[in-house]
Design a protein around this ligand. Structure first.
Ligand code: ADP
Ligand code: MG
Length: 318
């Protein structure tokens, strides 16, 4: 299928230095939908996946702070809530942008579950940053009083809470969405799928699926979606224009068009940080090795040119 999967970063949906209000989320989304509409106008299938780190962290905090009055919901339920709120935002903001470029497509949000292994070692080693950035002083208090595990993000100058992030194994709603695209509806609908990498669930012995307390990496989850749907392009949209080697050091160098082998080499040498750029590159490598044709990492202002092969860090196999 000539379609494209665009994976929007949680930080492309909500500015890290921002206030975190809903109005701000709408403003960010309005700045994003124009280029998505342009891609749809080219006639190809467009599927949207998205992150939820900032959003699920906010819900976790709201639930903790409100727990004296209303019982807190488990993390898988909060994951479903973030898919709902972000899907709703795309459903609200994308159609007017589609109409402006004369495209008649409807947005369809699919609450998505992703299977993970119950014995994934990630459950004992939280690596996924969620919620907002905290100062040194705030972090000290939260670690002590709430028992949070936190990590300092040097590039963005703040502390963030970490939660377990098991590896995605299977996207449970994948077969249904694939049938939708195969029946030709891919050019009539814009599916919004696998938000936050999908709600993490484990398969019990009786065959039932049960949610777990974790947040899947959205890039690895999105890669599974792109492979499951057989799309030919996978675009990871984040808050930097691409991937760099020697990131944050004086010798820093931003990567443009690279070969699969070059990207594999940089990844193997540990150029891309765990929990942020690392999973994006890994997600792309998985996609390309499984038959994907084009992979790009870029930001919203460069997305159209990156898809055209003129910007971003990119690999094309053809
Ligand atoms: P998203 O919400 O889009 O998934 P992440 O915070 O997970 O965003 O990943 C993007 C961040 O990765 C960038 O803002 C940057 O600080 C960080 N990063 C780590 N290593 C690199 C690298 N080698 N090149 C570029 N950015 C990097
Ligand atoms: Mg991320």
């Amino acid at each position: 299928m000539s379609g494209i999967l665009v994976a929007l970063g949680g930080n492309a949906l909500q500015r890290s230095g921002g206030t975190g209000t809903w109005e701000e989320a709408r403003t960010q989304m309005r700045a994003t939908v124009g280029v998505l509409a342009e891609i749809a106008a080219s006639g190809r299938e467009l599927v949207i996946a998205h992150g939820n780190g900032p959003q699920i962290g906010a819900l976790l905090r709201q639930n903790e702070l409100g727990a004296r009055d209303v019982p807190a919901r488990p993390m898988d339920v909060l994951g479903a809530e973030t898919q709902g709120q972000i899907g709703y935002l795309v459903q609200t903001e994308l159609p007017p942008a589609l109409r402006r470029v004369g495209v008649d497509r409807s947005v369809l949000t699919v609450i998505s579950r992703t299977e993970v292994a119950s014995n994934d070692p990630a459950f004992d080693h939280p690596t996924k940053p969620v919620g907002r950035f905290y100062s040194e002083e705030e972090a000290r208090v939260l670690r002590k009083q709430q028992g949070w595990i936190m990590r300092y993000d040097g590039a963005r100058g703040g502390w963030r809470r970490l939660v377990p992030s098991p590896r995605p194994i299977a996207w449970l709603e994948g077969p249904a969405v694939r049938r939708l695209l195969e029946s030709g509806l891919g050019t009539r609908w814009v599916p919004v799928v696998a938000g936050g990498g999908g709600i993490p669930v484990v398969r019990r012995e009786d065959g039932r699926y049960e949610g777990v307390e974790a947040v899947i990496d959205k890039d690895l989850g999105a890669s599974l979606v792109a492979r499951e749907l057989g799309l030919d392009t996978f675009a990871v949209v984040t808050d930097v224009p691409g991937a760099a080697v020697s990131f944050g050091r004086p010798t820093e160098r931003w990567l443009g068009e690279v070969t699969l082998g070059e990207l594999e080499g940089h990844f193997a040498r540990g150029e891309f940080a765990e929990g942020s750029m690392g999973p994006k590159v890994e997600a792309g490598l998985q996609f390309l090795r499984a038959g994907g044709r084009r992979f790009v990492i870029t930001d919203i202002p460069s997305l159209a040119r990156a898809v055209a092969g003129e910007a971003g860090t990119r690999v094309r196999l053809d």
